[in-house]
Design a protein around this ligand. Structure first.
Ligand code: ARG
Ligand code: ZN
Length: 882
């Protein structure tokens, strides 16, 4: 529904947490479902905390009250009142039963929070989204995660219009009603918070599979989608089964209901939602088939299926006490998903992907006006805190803990955590306590990571004493002030390290004070401002490899010489570290190009990669990643004054050097060889080939665009997979606008009825760099398939333009900002969560060069001056201007 004007809402503070005065032991919900109006009857068995004497207050938003009764008696109007955001009731006692009936309006709900309609009113279906605070849009309730209740849910609806009725829990009867109506009931025996409630009703098809858990329960897995999409759910089903097995083995976690439903919708604010027994997915994260999904999308489906499934324990069985603890479930679950994906696919590639995401999304957040700790101290709108910091940095914190405890110790810790907190609403402290106690280690020093915003800088300086054969490594840390924290404290930073000899071989480590010596890898934990580590018996001046596997989410500052990084890039046996050395070297190369200093780093990077290009022993996918320097957003993070056009040009220049160094003939030959093997197969080797082929084609296009575009034209025409098709289209669109027109039109027509494929078509064009982007985006807005009402579509065109096209969005004249701000306003009236999310594209505006900064500031100020902003958008824009 429409955004409400929010007058200066006060922030909610972690420090103000109080246990609920009233709990709900049992809930019975009855739905009379209709597209325009749905009636919800709720019966709550109330429990009162004897230590508190607060009146009964329930949250509720945009509910039309039909009736209210307490302990079987209709309540007189004097015994209840509507208060800001809810309802206050007099006379309730411990054990009282409160009954309310309300009406809600699903078809008018454009915010996609609470009960809403997905798709056209004639054919679409009803569904819910309750995290974080959507349940209060369905009925009056103490809508907070530390109130856990058992749910009995009865759905009633017209059978023809809503043949499928689903809610979380186990099925508990179904039948016919008068007038072509029917009903179905579900009972969830596991007490859960209201944010995990879900229902789905409409015309849906399903695929099913039987699953038997390790502890012997038979479970029916059912994936539901609209008829035109059901054939694209098989991959998700396979991934679900793999996830369930993995969680049994890796964490000893079994599924705990008789059915597990997964539903796909095209109208969803986020990626997916872990509602108990009834996961709901953005179709983008569930549907997959070779004709319309890229390799990256396949991996994403597997990852999101796993993520939501894993929440059944990390989130549902053990939930969060309050929303400040969000990372307790999200950081941990992201980490669990990362480990799963690493096991299913290539571990180094997964790590590369995750660290890239952290740098691209979380570092800028942590360095700008939206910075907040992994456990924030306050918020106005909790939906604004489903951030890269809570998710991705949160996962890095769990990774550090897991690294500290070792595999067996971490498992002991998580076993204790789950056992002790099962059925509870827990805190980050509960997590650290259990992990520590199971291992006899005090992990409280790591709590500081949860409370302190900003990315720590880790400085490393090495000195070699040839006479004493000693290598002294000095590590120091510093976290810049920010997020209302002027003085940052030292954090425990685990630094996994190794030393390489000049010949590129690993040296045995003899570290002072370290018990096990002689191995080639060690972890030191820097837990103060500065510390010196002395390695003995070091035969030659070593090259240190630091933060191996990215052992802590920090920015490493080490004055490597270019040839030292090149040595690591060439010789490190670990794929991730090799990539990391290449990234550092590429950054140095960009600096040299920018400053006009001697281009040693450029030569070192190009030479090393040219040699690796010929190395037949190197995996194709790793090579593809090695050939990719840090993106423009990452490069911009290192500048104190950002000129996006300049950064774009520098990066292009660097790639140009690389292409020249490898040479046109080799690139062309490699492209042809890879193209000759092209299939639609999804095995790792085929995916790797496609990935490398695309990198090679892009490099070739820098040297000989005409030839690359000829290849791309052929590739588009005969592409056996979406990866190949989209890759070809991208190269054509970037290098030959004229030649791209026909295939772009072909794609548009061919996929006219496939929303996910169309999103890719919008996104591809929104990303084309340069000043022309704005006009292109405006033209695409006029496409009949464009709408602000669908989050995926809005993100594909507008989100990609603002966050994935630096040169296009950051026009010097500010026209990109103005258009975008206008669209944010329009979006805000429909869907505040999406508007607020997209508004974060302005992050970093303060560091733009003056002309752009002025323009961005003007657009943001104009936006902030609007009096009808949602709380969501107002908070983001307000913080941005702080
Ligand atoms: N818990 C969901 C996940 O798996 C995300 C839901 C977020 N919803 C929201 N309205 N912010 O990560
Ligand atoms: Zn999650």
């Amino acid at each position: 529904m429409n955004a409400r004007p929010e007058t200066a809402t006060l922030p909610i503070r972690l420090a103000d947490y109080r246990a609920p005065a009233w709990r709900v032991e049992r809930v019975e919900l009855d739905f009379e479902l209709g597209i325009d109006a749905t009636e919800v009857a709720a019966k709550l068995l109330l429990r009162r905390d004897p230590a508190q004497d607060e009146p009964l207050r329930l949250e509720g938003e945009q509910l039309e009250l039909l009736s209210i009764a307490l302990d079987g008696q209709p309540l007189p109007a004097t015994a209840w009142r509507l208060i800001e955001g809810g309802l206050e009731v007099d006379g309730a006692r411990d054990g009282s039963v409160l009954e309310t009936r309300v009406r809600v309006h699903p078809a008018a709900n454009t915010a996609l929070e609470g009960l809403y309609l997905s798709g056209p009113r004639e054919s679409g279906f009803l569904l819910t989204q309750c995290e974080a605070q959507g349940f209060r849009h369905i009925t009056w309730f103490p809508d907070r995660p530390d109130v856990q209740s058992t749910y009995t849910v009865t759905l009633r609806a017209d059978r023809a219009r809503f043949p499928v009725l689903l809610a979380g829990g186990n099925p508990d009867g179904a039948g016919e009603l008068e007038g072509g109506r029917h009903w179905a009931r579900f009972v969830d025996p596991h007490p859960k918070p209201s944010y995990l409630f879900a229902l789905v009703a409409g015309r849906l098809e399903k695929i099913e599979r039987d699953y038997r858990t390790a502890d012997g329960r038979n479970v029916q897995l059912k994936i539901w989608a609209e008829a035109d999409a059901i054939d694209r759910c098989h991959y998700a089903m396979d991934a679900l089964e793999r996830s369930m097995r993995w969680d049994e083995q890796a964490y000893g976690r079994n599924y705990d209901l008789d059915v597990f439903h997964v539903v796909a919708t095209h109208d969803f604010n986020m990626g997916a939602m872990e509602n108990k027994g009834l996961n709901i997915f953005n179709a983008k994260c569930l549907l997959a088939d070779p004709d319309s999904s890229t390799d990256d999308e396949y991996r994403r489906v597997e990852a999101v299926i796993a993520h939501e499934y894993f929440h059944n324990w990390s989130g549902n069985r053990v939930t969060c006490r309050d929303w400040f603890q969000l990372s307790l479930k999200e950081g941990f679950t992201v980490f669990r998903e990362q480990s799963f994906s690493a096991d299913m696919n290539s571990a180094p590639l997964k790590r590369i992907e995750d660290v890239s995401l952290l740098r691209r999304a979380q570092f800028p957040e942590d360095a700008g006006p939206l910075a907040h700790p992994v456990r924030p101290a306050e918020y106005r709108e909790i939906n604004n805190f489903y951030t890269a910091t809570v998710y991705e940095k949160g996962a890095e914190l769990v990774r550090m803990l897991a690294g500290k405890l070792g595999a067996a110790g971490f498992r002991r810790g998580t076993d204790l955590y789950f056992a002790r907190n099962d059925g509870r609403a827990a805190t980050i402290e509960d997590f650290l306590d259990a992990l520590g106690e199971a291992n006899g280690i005090d992990l409280t020093p790591y709590l500081a990571w949860y409370g302190q915003a900003g990315t720590p800088r880790l400085r490393a300086h090495g000195e070699y004493d040839a006479a004493r054969r000693e290598y002294a490594l000095t590590l120091s840390q510093h976290t810049p002030p920010g997020a209302g924290q002027p003085h940052k404290q030292a954090l425990p930073i685990p630094v996994k390290l190794a030393l390489f000899g000049a010949d590129g071989r690993l040296l045995p480590l003899h570290l002072d004070g370290q018990t096990s010596t002689g191995g080639t890898e060690a972890v030191v934990v820097l837990d103060r401002i500065e510390q010196r580590y002395v390695f003995r018996d070091v035969a030659t001046r070593p090259v240190p490899s630091l933060l191996r596997g990215y052992s802590a989410p920090v920015i490493l500052e080490c004055d490597y010489a270019p040839d030292e990084l090149a040595l690591l890039l060439t010789h490190d046996p670990d794929g991730f570290n090799r990539w990391e050395a290449g990234q550092q070297l590429a950054v140095r190369a960009c600096d040299a190009l920018r400053d006009g200093t001697p281009p040693q780093a450029v030569a070192a990077w190009c030479d090393a990669l040219a040699a690796l290009f010929d190395d037949a022993g190197l995996d194709a996918d790793l090579l593809a990643d090695l050939l990719t320097p840090p993106g423009e957003i990452e490069l911009a993070e290192r500048e104190s004054v950002v000129d996006p056009t300049r950064i774009h040009m520098l990066r292009q220049q660097l790639l140009q050097h690389l292409a020249v160094r490898i040479g046109i003939d080799k690139l062309d030959a490699r492209y042809r060889a890879l193209a000759a093997q092209s299939t639609a197969a999804l095995d790792a080797a085929s995916q790797a080939n496609r990935r490398l082929k695309q990198r090679v084609l892009q490099l070739l296009a820098l040297l000989d665009p005409a030839r690359a575009c000829s290849h791309a034209t052929v590739q588009y025409r005969h592409a056996p997979s979406m990866t190949d098709r989209l890759g070809a289209l991208t190269v054509l669109a970037r290098h030959d606008t004229a030649r791209s027109a026909e295939p772009l039109a072909h794609y548009r027509a061919h996929y006219a009825n496939d929303p996910l494929a169309l999103d890719k078509w919008f996104a591809l064009q929104a990303q084309l760099p340069g000043e022309g982007a704005l006009a292109r985006v405006q033209a695409l807005e006029a496409d009949p398939a464009f709408t602000l009402k669908n989050p995926n579509r809005a993100r594909a065109l507008l989100g990609t333009f603002a966050s994935g096209n630096p040169t296009g969005f950051h026009r010097v004249d500010g026209a990109g900002y103005r258009l975008y701000a206008e669209r944010l306003l329009a979006l805000d009236a429909l869907n505040p969560q999406i508007a607020a999310r997209l508004a974060t594209a302005f992050n970093g505006w303060q560091r733009l060069e003056p002309r752009r900064r002025e323009a961005a500031h003007a657009s943001l100020t104009a936006l902030a001056a609007h009096d009808k902003l949602s709380r969501n958008l107002a908070e983001i824009v307000g913080n941005m201007l702080k």
